[in-house]
Design a protein around this ligand. Structure first.
Ligand code: PLP
Length: 385
């Protein structure tokens, strides 16, 4: 095998999911707070649109960038929510959120190049950067800054070799949200570094709390010629298994992104694209109901975690993860993940699965029924006492 394969990491949430399922099949009662998927059904009108599309004959290849009508739906949604009108020719539909990051990192990563990424952060960033042979440069996200963003510090880490800067807000695994003034400061500072492209992962753009509106880097026109924005349907419409996402690319990169798509996926599934347009154009009440439910569960889990001996947890501003500090328990992240699963029947993810700066933390997904969150906290209390 190619040496690069040894550098490819993984997303251990899938391994924990498999272990939790195996334990459940063996008769154990497992509460799963591991995987990052909403626990709601995809809204009915979206499912119906997908079924109808199949019945209507959407079972062929589409243009590599996606059906024009669906890209127009994305353009209109982006215009409404981010206040920016983009050219439909710069939008590419892909199977899920991941392909846009996969393509962006492949486009810029090679030996000698540096790519900056959030740590703790979504594990695929570091994995893919290493795979390309580029040097992963972690941007440490700190609990004492509510896992927010220090634009000056980030700008200070840029070197002549930096090719790509990855930004993720709202963030996995910390739930941190980057506010508009920090994004503005970053955009302003990047003017001094015209050689750096930016990947803004905004897959949780609709999952923000406390009445805050999502702030997008796309709203900064001075970055438009080097900003790739990633979003998708997985989290917003509870469509993780449908596999649909999109990238908005700078005009200068879109043809290369399209070639990567043609070399890999060809296109996103035709009927799924049609369902995706129905999601964007249809009623949004289900999204609001889901986010309101997450907001209530957020309070429940954060209060519960803060009541545990040796555990503290800051209030996340977005996404559906609590990132709990467990240093007071004297137990490391990986051991705690293992013991919670095997001794307490609670599946969570060790902070170290999201990078070295995740040591001392656990990620708990609160996209779970409130009674299961309460039961999980009780089991954790028992284990820790
Ligand atoms: N980006 C972040 C920050 C995520 O947390 C995830 C999924 O958990 C993705 C991208 C990938 O989303 P998808 O499942 O649509 O590929």
């Amino acid at each position: 095998m190619a040496a690069a394969m040894a550098r490819l990491g993984t997303e251990s949430a899938f391994a924990v999911l498999a272990r939790a399922e195996a334990l459940r099949r063996a008769g154990h009662d497992i509460i799963n707070l591991g995987i990052g998927a909403p626990d709601f059904r995809t809204p009915h009108h979206i499912v119906a649109a997908g079924q109808k599309a199949l019945a209507d004959g959407y079972h062929f290849y589409t243009p590599a960038k996606g059906l024009l009508d669906v890209r127009e739906a994305v353009r209109d949604d982006v215009a409404m929510r981010r206040g920016v009108v983009v050219d439909v020719e710069t939008i590419m539909l892909v199977p899920g959120g991941k392909p846009t990051m996969f393509f962006a990192i492949q486009m810029f990563g090679e030996p000698g190049a540096e790519i900056m990424y959030p740590n703790p952060g979504f594990p695929i960033y570091e994995s893919m950067i290493s795979y390309t042979g580029a040097t992963p440069v972690p941007v440490e996200l700190r609990e004492d800054h509510a896992f927010g963003f220090d634009a000056e510090r980030v700008l200070g880490q840029i070197t002549d070799r930096t090719r790509l800067l990855i930004v993720n807000s709202p963030a996995n695994p910390t739930g941190g949200v980057i506010d508009e003034p920090s994004l503005r400061q970053l955009a302003k500072g990047l003017a001094d570094h015209p050689h750096v492209a930016i990947l803004s992962d905004e897959i949780y753009s609709r999952v923000v709390y406390d009445g805050v509106l999502h702030a997008s880097l796309l709203a900064h026109p001075e970055l438009r010629d080097r900003l790739i924005m990633l979003d998708g349907w997985s989290k917003t419409y509870s469509m993780t298994g449908w596999r649909l996402g999109y990238g908005i690319w700078p005009a200068a990169f879109i043809d290369d992104a399209e070639r990567l798509q043609i070399n890999s996926n060809s296109c996103a599934s035709a009927a799924v694209q049609v369902a995706g347009a129905a999601a964007l154009r249809g009623p949004q009440d289900d999204v609001e109901t889901m986010v309101e439910a997450f907001e209530r569960r957020r309070q429940l889990i954060v209060d519960g975690l803060n009541s545990l001996p040796g555990v503290t947890c800051v209030m996340p501003g977005g996404a559906f993860y609590a990132f709990a500090n467990i240093t007071g328990t004297g137990i490391g992240s990986a051991e705690m993940e293992e013991r919670l699963l095997t001794e307490a029947g609670v599946a969570v993810i060790a902070g170290t699965s999201f990078g070295a700066f995740g040591e001392g933390f656990l990620r708990l997904s609160y996209a779970a029924a409130p009674e299961n969150i309460e039961r999980a906290i009780n089991r954790m209390a028992q284990l820790l006492s």
